[in-house]
Design a protein around this ligand. Structure first.
Ligand SMILES: Nc1ncnc2c1ncn2[C@@H]1O[C@H](COP(=O)(O)OP(=O)(O)OP(=O)(O)O)[C@@H](O)[C@H]1O
Length: 267
């Protein structure tokens, strides 16, 4: 990792244990007002952060800025990210005219890439499907292939924008287990944009809430849910955190007694 201090280079490395550092990031698309308004954010190396927020709160805008996909954000703040960043979207974005392994290897020229690509496909449970066409895979399998394509690049930062949003509930749970295992093994920093509060709690070390263009809450999940334990929706702490996060998103659940106590819980 290398240091850089000048404005906005989304391709340069962050320092030491910090994978992502954002300071004073502004982004607007019209005169009416900013989508991101002086946003600050730090993500440590190997840390898994989930980003939630109301529709239109700027989650994808932030992710695109970090991914270097928003050229017009230059000069509107300071962003530092690692040199190796992978992005996964809601749709797999596999090229339909390339076989699965060729999609995974796209743009990779290094020696041994094919071997690593096969290994990555095996890691996501797609061994034997290397020569399949994308349309021959299910939606879940396509997202697995997209994860393999990311992993083979050994990212220090994985950016994921609703990667499981289009999957059925069961496949989504399987993908949670898979992503958690892959992250434990490869230890990238992760920023996961999701609408699913439970998904955020199950997967993340921290949940960040975006509101009015800035971080409105930054919550360590282990401060709520048993540290290191299996995160179960049946756990009262899990339910309390869910209730708090839903309330921050403007969804009040009058039937949940935890809601009344949410301001007393650890932040
Ligand atoms: N390229 C663009 N041109 C104009 N407006 C844009 C552009 N990209 C985003 N916006 C606007 O910026 C705001 C934030 O959009 P963004 O996609 O970041 O929100 P989001 O939090 O990801 O929303 P959702 O949860 O609905 O996906 C929205 O009002 C959107 O219309």
């Amino acid at each position: 990792m290398a240091t850089h201090t000048r404005e906005l280079s989304s391709t340069e490395a962050a320092t030491g244990r910090t994978a992502v550092r954002v300071r004073g990031l502004n982004r607007s698309f019209s005169e009416a007002g900013g989508v991101l308004d002086g946003l600050d954010l730090d993500i440590a190396a190997g840390e898994f952060v989930a980003l939630i927020g109301r529709s239109g709160s700027g989650k994808s805008t932030l992710l695109r800025a970090l991914a270097g996909l928003d050229r017009d954000v230059a000069g509107h703040g300071e962003i530092t990210v690692p040199s190796q960043v992978s992005v996964v979207f809601q749709d797999s974005r596999l090229l339909p005219w390339r076989r699965v392994l060729d999609n995974v290897l796209l743009g990779l020229r290094s020696r041994g890439a094919a071997v690593r690509g096969r290994e990555a496909l095996a890691e996501v449970g797609l061994a034997g499907r290397e020569r399949a066409w994308p349309h021959e895979l299910s939606g879940g399998e396509q997202q697995r292939a997209a994860l393999a394509r990311s992993l083979v690049r050994e990212p220090q930062l994985l950016l994921a924008d609703e990667p499981f949003g289009a999957l059925d509930a069961l496949t989504r749970i399987r993908m949670h287990v898979l992503l958690k295992r892959l992250c434990a093994e490869h230890r990238p920093a992760v920023l996961l944009v999701t609408h699913d509060v439970d998904e955020a709690i199950v997967l993340a070390d921290r949940v960040i809430v975006l509101d009015a263009g800035a971080v409105s809450s930054d919550i360590r999940v282990d401060a709520w849910v048993r540290p290191g334990g299996r995160r179960s929706q049946a756990d009262p702490q899990f339910a309390a955190l869910r209730t708090r996060l839903l309330a921050e998103l403007g969804v009040e659940d009058d039937h949940d007694p935890a809601l009344a106590d949410r301001r007393k819980e650890p932040a």
